[in-house]
Ligand binder design. Structure first.
Ligand code: FES
Ligand code: FE2
Length: 439
């Protein structure tokens, strides 16, 4: 049935609009998993999630349950979380330590950390003369076709062919460079554990929202206003309100016209960057102390370069949204056509003073966590969007804002001056989507 309709998929995406079935059709979802999520580089986790040999962390890539595991030699493997004997899931816990090797809980086949078969109980008597044994790769745990890491961030691709990770990431690498360079030690460390939110909406709705610079001053206005009221009162009383109030009040004080001053840069493979500094260089003692540590590590000139990087948000299509200046990321794991898991992680800058970490934690809790109104505001709209798209009230989703005013140079689409709220990032994502789905 879908085979007949695949030819029509190209008709689902026009430069400035998309058919609603792209968000609601379960068969299109299955095809997306096969042609996008189970092909391209997907973020698995950070190396610091598995510091010791035998440490593992489970992760979903497309429809596949996977394990990220560190071996005794320090190398990280990504394996299917499945025993080759009778298919038992190898690790039922979300994360843990496997010990010196994996041991299946069903019939005790054991495997090295890189997935190679180690032993089968009474292998000789049970399997002599059969096709099963150490030489048969089908008796080992299957590995992800490719695994690479960039500055400690581990990605896997389930397809053996495709661009190398650095080529795939292209300019979006800045997400990890910006995050790590802000650490005096040049690297970050994950903070266990993450928030997990299941959204009752299609995965693309979340990604399209990430660089939607128009929505914050609408959707989050009420939260921003309430915070701004309190902020003003504290300022009146004490002269200065803590920075965390600004993290919320900005949703009211940065109005739509101000968001238009920002810019989006749209790259091949659907990646996009929203520029715009997050105003995190106040002259308070904590920031000044941090700048001193940075200058000691990098020198004055390089410190200025690092702290002057002008990024609000980096979207790495199809599964990662990074806010590098605040050391946070959200990984998107589609579960079904109308169900999407997001993992919300944050990181410590190695070598930075504790108050800088507290600042990241405050943003994590106030803006990105499921406990904040900001997150609830977004979730409500995601759900309502999906409900509306599932209805017969219309056939198209419109991405027409500032369409025709994009500036294309060498495959990179920049929004024109004063078009920061352009829907160029959504157009770029759908262009990549259509390319993958045609393949
Ligand atoms: S299913 Fe794993 S050993 Fe039998
Ligand atoms: Fe939002």
């Amino acid at each position: 049935m879908l085979q007949e309709r695949i030819a029509d998929l190209s008709k689902c995406v026009e430069p400035d609009r998309v058919r609603r079935e792209v968000y609601t059709d379960p068969e299109i979802f299955e095809l997306e998993m096969r042609r996008i999520h189970e092909q391209v580089w997907i973020y698995c986790g950070h190396e610091s999630q598995v510091p010791k040999p035998g440490d593992y962390y489970t992760v979903q890539i497309g429809r596949q349950p996977m394990l990220m595991v560190r071996g005794a030699d320090g190398r990280i493997s990504v394996l299917y979380n499945r025993c080759p004997h009778r298919g038992n899931m190898m690790c039922g816990d979300r994360h843990g330590n496997a010990g010196d090797f994996f041991r299946c809980s069903y019939h005790a086949w054991t495997f090295q950390h890189d997935g190679r078969l180690r032993s089968i109980p009474m292998m000789e008597s049970g399997y002599a003369g059969t096709r099963y044994g150490r030489d048969n790769p089908d008796c080992s745990m299957k590995r992800a076709a490719r695994v690479e890491s960039y500055r400690g961030f581990v990605f896997a691709s389930l397809a053996k062919d495709g661009p190398a990770l650095t080529e795939f990431l292209g300019a979006s690498r800045v997400a990890f460079d910006d995050m790590c360079d802000r650490a005096p030690a040049g690297e970050v460390e994950i903070v266990p554990n993450c928030f997990r939110v299941i959204q009752h909406s299609n995965w693309k709705i979340f990604l399209e929202n990430q660089l939607d610079a128009l929505h914050p001053s609408v959707v989050h206005q009420s939260t921003g206003r309430a915070a701004h009221e309190v902020e003003k009162q504290i300022e009146k009383r004490t002269g200065k309100a803590p920075l965390s109030y600004h993290m919320l009040s900005a949703f009211a004080t940065v109005t739509i016209d101000k968001w238009d001053n920002f810019q989006t840069l749209n790259y091949p493979y659907g990646h996009c960057i929203l520029t715009g500094y997050m105003g995190l260089r106040p002259k308070d003692p904590d920031t000044l102390a941090y700048e001193k540590v940075m200058q000691k590590a990098y020198g004055k000139k390089r410190t200025e370069e690092i702290l002057g990087v002008n990024i609000h948000h980096v979207l790495i299509y199809p599964g990662l949204s990074v806010q590098s200046p605040l050391q946070q990321l959200r990984a998107v794991r589609p579960l079904g056509v109308d169900r999407t898991l997001t993992e919300i992680w944050h990181f410590r800058l190695k070598g930075a003073p504790e108050p800088i970490y507290r600042r990241s934690l405050a943003y994590y809790n106030l803006v990105n966590s499921p406990a904040t109104l900001i997150n609830a505001d977004d979730l409500e709209n995601f759900w309502k969007c999906h409900q509306g798209l599932a209805s017969d009230g219309g056939d198209w989703v419109s991405f027409g804002r500032h369409h025709g005013r994009d500036i294309e140079k060498d495959g990179v689409v920049e929004t024109a001056a004063n078009c920061g709220t352009s829907e160029a990032p959504m157009r770029n994502q759908m262009k990549a989507w259509a390319g993958y789905m045609r393949a």
